[in-house]
Design a protein around this ligand. Structure first.
Ligand SMILES: [Zn+2]
Length: 229
């Protein structure tokens, strides 16, 4: 193939590059088997639908930690049962994040002087990219829940700071879309977990990762740092 072609399932939020080689071909057959009755789309290099793909999508054979290789995807990818479940919280937050990016692109986003510093404070509580395939026990679930709760609390505190209208509205919108601590009872999350993480815990972590991405890319004071520091 001479042009880059990806296939994407918008229901399962997964993207696969079509390559003419043995393992990618096996992965493609798996994809057909798994997503044939889903809203699947072929993406060419300049397809508009690429705009709809965000960092919550799973990219087969990317260098993103936890995303499957072609071989893993074609075979028994251990994260599959969790990664391909619906993520309603992340999807709701993805829409809000996309609106924020759109407003920035259109130069409609009006920042206030406090925004950058508040984003920095939020970022200190945000480091969410646990792979779907990560095995958890109760201690791991509780540690991850504690990190999520700290991030939610930081977002709530940030929302009452004197922020620009756009950032303030953004924080209120994501806080409405995100669960509260009461929606994430530790005993239920532990019961839902094992060997993979609780789906709603992982969904919430993915949602927070989208917020982290927006803040790091556009709102925080410093430039986003490269992976290797
Ligand atoms: Zn699908």
């Amino acid at each position: 193939m001479t042009e880059l072609v990806d296939v994407v399932c918008h229901q399962c939020k997964i993207k696969l590059e079509l390559l003419d080689a043995p393992l990618p071909r096996e992965a493609w057959w798996k994809f057909l088997d798994e997503h044939a009755y889903h809203p699947v789309e072929l993406l060419w290099e300049h397809s508009e639908a690429r705009e709809r793909i965000d960092i919550d999508y799973i990219y087969v054979d990317s260098d993103i930690e936890g995303d499957p290789s072609f071989a893993e995807y074609a075979g028994d990818w251990p994260g599959r049962p969790l990664a391909l479940r619906p993520r309603p919280i992340a999807r709701a937050v993805a829409e809000i994040v996309e609106r924020a990016f759109d407003a920035m692109e259109a130069h409609e986003w009006q920042a206030a002087s406090a925004d950058g510093a508040v984003a920095e404070q939020i970022m200190r509580y945000m480091d969410f990219a646990p792979p779907a395939s990560e095995l958890v026990d109760n201690a791991a679930v509780l540690a991850r829940l504690a990190a999520v709760e700290a991030a939610l609390e930081r977002l709530r505190r940030a929302a009452i700071e004197p922020l620009g209208d756009h950032f303030g509205t953004f924080l209120n919108d994501v806080l409405h879309a995100l669960p509260t601590a009461a929606d994430l009872p530790p005993d239920e999350l532990c019961a839902e977990s094992g060997p993979l993480a609780s789906p709603r815990l992982w969904d919430t972590e993915r949602a927070l990762r989208l917020i982290q991405h927006l803040l790091a890319a556009r709102v925080a004071l410093r430039e986003p740092s490269p992976h290797a520091d």
